[in-house]
Design a protein around this ligand. Structure first.
Ligand SMILES: Cc1cc2nc3c(=O)[nH]c(=O)nc-3n(C[C@H](O)[C@H](O)[C@H](O)COP(=O)(O)OP(=O)(O)OC[C@H]3O[C@@H](n4cnc5c(N)ncnc54)[C@H](O)[C@@H]3O)c2cc1C
Length: 372
């Protein structure tokens, strides 16, 4: 089966490795330069372990990180690890078509997807990738404009029996395929920090009086913290001093004290308005969505990537068992994954809080932004 994977993030690369282990040679098309990734506070959940074990990078990633909830004689529930440690391990020895952006799907006369059309990623996007590090991340090791051998200029067509959209939560491919997405904005916003300092513990989290949450994750090279807050907009949420950020985190989550100590500029603090994403259908003839393109969970769950890595494992195996029938593989994939993924979607703590939101006011000392 000719498989084209759109998106060389964690899930696309894992799928490619798993398919290669099953004797296929998938094409991965990635719009960013080789070596690119956006650093983030990252916890690998147990849901992703099996896929990475089969790829052969699990031990390396576990050893590079700090265990969360370690258990005697068993793997930890999760591993707090430098995001790059995982991405770099997956990028190793994996051929990829970098700096190409898929802009169109090819379909046949009955509407089946039979390939993609890609074009070189615009220079301004590549230049943006080489921008300065910020709280949101955007540090990379890549060199934009890397010469791409004898690749022809202009559009390139890639024929496929199956296109796999691994192009992330905004998934342009999902839209091109006409697969719908239900996007549920959470009632609360998220405030987060990114720090080069390590905390004493790998993980801490607490709930606040209105059901909101505050947490901290620390790997060997740094830490990240998050909390829910009112949806007041970035300007209002960030119109504070670094000392106010430190004071609040240390008071509400004392375990984060040494981590938040590494916040020296408001550039390390970010405000966002997260949303949950769910797709009623994951495939149609010739195309399937996996990873963040298919689902996205709330910020306190820490499961998004583990579920995506599990998707890759299931799809690789479904393709192996249906080597000449992409539709049968997708059908099998959906049958296997729905009982795994749908319960996570239905029980996302962010979704449950929608029911109680507004019934309980946060205590004054928990409010953000702080009252004057
Ligand atoms: C701040 C932050 C913290 C997080 N923390 C955690 C955590 O602790 N634990 C956890 O499990 N998850 C976490 N996540 C989520 C996790 O990072 C994602 O679930 C995971 O990276 C998803 O991988 P993916 O490959 O599906 O998508 P992505 O990583 O988004 O990869 C998509 C790729 O597709 C490429 N692409 C997009 N469009 C095109 C196109 N048209 N043509 C070619 N290429 C294209 C993009 O360049 C990108 O490389 C966090 C996310 C964020 C933002």
């Amino acid at each position: 089966m000719k498989v084209v994977i759109v998106g060389g993030g964690m899930v696309g690369m894992t799928l490619a490795h798993l398919l290669r282990r099953r004797g296929l040679e998938p094409t991965i098309i990635e719009r960013m330069p080789a070596g690119f990734y956006q650093p983030r506070g990252y916890m690998l959940g147990f849901q992703g372990y099996e896929s990475l074990q089969e790829v052969g990078v699990y031990d390396e990633v576990r050893d590079a990180g700090r265990p969360i909830a370690p258990r005697e004689g068993q793997p930890p529930i999760a591993v707090a690890v430098r995001f790059g440690a995982l991405i770099e391990a997956l990028q190793r020895d994996l051929p990829m078509e970098n700096e190409l952006t898929v802009k169109e799907l090819i379909t046949d006369e009955i509407g089946r997807v039979t390939g993609v059309v890609a074009e070189p990623t615009p220079e301004e996007v590549l230049r943006g990738a080489a921008g300065p590090t910020s709280a949101a991340g955007s540090l990379q090791t890549a060199v934009p404009g890397t010469v791409k051998g004898d690749r022809p200029a202009g559009e390139i067509r890639f024929e496929a029996d199956l296109v796999v959209a691994c192009d992330g939560v905004r998934s342009p491919i999902r839209d091109m395929a006409g697969l719908s997405a239900e996007i549920d904005p959470l009632p609360e916003a998220a405030l987060s920090f990114y720090s080069p300092k390590q905390a004493d513990t790998s993980f801490a989290m607490a709930y606040m009086s209105d059901g909101g949450h505050i947490g901290m994750l620390s790997w060997y090279e740094g830490s990240a913290g998050w909390r829910s807050c009112a949806r007041v907009g970035a300007e209002a949420a960030l119109d504070v001093t670094v000392d106010q950020i430190k004071e609040m985190w240390t008071r509400l989550l004392p375990e984060s004290a040494s981590a938040v100590e590494g916040v020296t500029s408001m550039d390390q603090v970010r405000y966002s308005e997260p949303a949950l994403l769910r797709c009623p259908e994951w495939w149609k003839p010739g195309i399937v969505l996996i990873g963040d393109a298919a689902h996205f969970f709330g910020p306190e769950t820490g499961v998004s990537s583990g579920i995506g890595l599990g998707d890759a494992h299931a799809l690789a195996e479904a393709i192996r068992q249906n080597p000449n029938d992409a539709d049968a593989a997708c059908h099998m994939y959906q049958t296997w994954r729905e009982p795994v993924v749908r319960p996570y979607e239905a029980t996302d703590p962010g979704r449950q809080r929608i029911l109680v939101s507004g019934q309980v006011e946060p205590r004054p000392e928990e409010r953000w932004p702080p009252e004057d």
